[in-house]
Design a protein around this ligand. Sequence first.
Ligand SMILES: C[S@@+](CC[C@H](N)C(=O)[O-])C[C@H]1O[C@@H](n2cnc3c(N)ncnc32)[C@H](O)[C@@H]1O
Length: 302
Amino acid sequence: MPQQHPPRSHAIHARVRSYSRAGGRLTDSQARALERYGDRYVIDVPRADAIRTVDPAFRLDPAAAFGHVGQLRPLIVEVGSGAGEVILAHAAAHPGVDYLAVEAWETAIAKLVAGAAKAGLRNLRVVPADAAQLLATALPVGCASEVWVFFPDPWRKPRHRKRRLVTAAFADSVARVLRPGGVWRLATDWADYAWQMRDVLEAASALPEGLEADCTGPYFRFPDAGARPDLGADTAEEGSLGNGFDPGSPAGVRGGWSPRYPGRVLTRFEEKGIRAGRTIRDLTAVRTGEMWVPLRREAVAL
Ligand SMILES: C[S@@+](CC[C@H](N)C(=O)[O-])C[C@H]1O[C@@H](n2cnc3c(N)ncnc32)[C@H](O)[C@@H]1O
């Protein structure tokens, strides 16, 4: 079913958006896929004011959305799934797990729906929303066993970096939705975004012994903090925005990179990064048992 959008308002310009487009011209077959299978796969979201916003009073019940109230099944949330290569492959391979894609761009949503319908998937849904808002309020606390953020929009220009999704406030929202022992997986081909992710994880995590004192009541463990320090150092180019030296560590010695997540199939975005000679970096954090406290969010959101 085609999405009904509220009229554009000034609010869409006032908010910080980590995505560059929400609407888009659909091909006939994409429009048909949404028309035909939207009811099955797309979760309707009451909006706060503008397209992709989320009414703060909205609560999404995953069990109801997947049609198995009362059953306990693992839930994996992928933020910014794009056309859905990774989540579609996983959902097909693991029918006992539920997969929730959160995506802002209509064309990507249509491709995902078409792919899910073609594969006859029953364990995948897509939420057309700004993930930063959805994870902050709408999903239940502790509902997810994994959260994936693969190749988020890099916002390369220094003046655009404030639009990046992975920030301390977003880490707080991921901590909110992950259950204890749940895993946050990230990957990027953009060096200074990788360092930003690493810094965000370090700030919210208990680090391996000897690296730094634990922060009080950390929401995450970051077991690969300091690992693989040389990754990408050989491709570093001074002054390059994409693959330059780590500003936190001029020779790239701080590391923090995990082995490539084997469950991540090669997507168009990763392929593009590899073709351009950029280093792909994965990061992984594990949710501790520390209870999520709403009041702490105010401190990180400032
Ligand atoms: C560069 S693409 C990567 C797609 C996919 N993860 C991959 O690896 O191929 C980033 C995607 O994230 C989506 N996105 C960015 N910010 C978002 C947000 N706040 N909420 C939902 N989707 C978002 C964009 O629309 C885009 O489809």
